[in-house]
Design a protein around this ligand. Structure first.
Ligand SMILES: [Zn+2]
Length: 229
């Protein structure tokens, strides 16, 4: 699986401004976090940018098309003159069934995560990045940078936002979410094997340094055998 992630704006284009925040910074930070989570699931992640640089919209879609990515996800923040406007909304290209499904997965995941302030739903729009990408695509407007409450979310809850977006993408791809191996207390040389074992449901990764009992050993063998069936 190849996922193309596109943090909006960058370089000379700061995107929307509000509450002392710049859209380009929030978008980049959240997008990189989304990518880290996806990589943990053996997904190849390609970014339009990983630093504060400017790219034309066509450059972004060209990169995705050239890479033959499976999906394209652009991450932005919303803005409005009315500072009361707030909430999350996700766009897909009009009449794209797969794009709509992708947008819905991302939107639903953010709403379920309870990070949002209000659900503006999924929408369609003739945005260049959605129109010019050859693969199912979605553009998420995480929250309104111009709203005080939303601004706080964009500033302080980026990990949760990123997790919600990543889970939505995984859901669309039909990939089961795996927890970060935070309590994984094993030797560095064993990390790769342990993560593989957890991903394949052979072990939950607990007590990595305990001597193995017959019951644990046979259970791992049993699960392995079942997985091969
Ligand atoms: Zn934007």
């Amino acid at each position: 699986m190849k996922v193309f992630l596109d943090p909006g704006h960058g370089g000379k284009d700061p995107g929307a401004l509000g509450n002392g925040l710049r859209e380009k910074d929030i978008a980049l930070s959240v997008t990189l976090k989304v990518g880290e989570i996806l990589k943990r699931h053996n997904i190849e992640v390609i970014y339009s940018r990983t630093t504060d640089v400017f790219l034309e919209l066509s450059e972004r879609t060209n990169l995705a098309n050239k890479a033959n990515a499976d999906i394209f996800v652009s991450i932005h923040c919303n803005a409005a003159e009315n500072i009361n406007a707030k909430g999350v909304e996700t766009f897909s290209y009009p009449n794209s069934t797969k794009g709509t499904a992708l947008a819905k997965c991302i939107q639903d995941s953010i709403i379920q995560s309870k990070v949002y302030t209000s659900d503006r739903g999924i929408k369609t729009a003739n945005f260049a990045v959605l129109r010019q990408s050859n693969m199912p695509s979605a553009l998420v407007e995480l929250a309104f940078i111009t709203n005080v409450d939303d601004g706080k979310i964009l500033k302080d809850r980026q990990d949760e936002l990123a997790l919600a977006v990543a889970k939505g993408i995984l859901n669309y791809l039909g990939i089961k979410y795996i927890e970060k191996t935070k309590e994984l207390d094993c030797s560095p040389w064993a990390v790769e094997a342990m993560e593989w074992g957890m991903k394949n449901n052979l072990t939950d990764g607990t007590n990595p340094k305990e001597p193995i009992s017959l019951e644990r050993f046979i259970t791992i063998l049993y699960r392995y055998g079942k997985a091969l069936e």
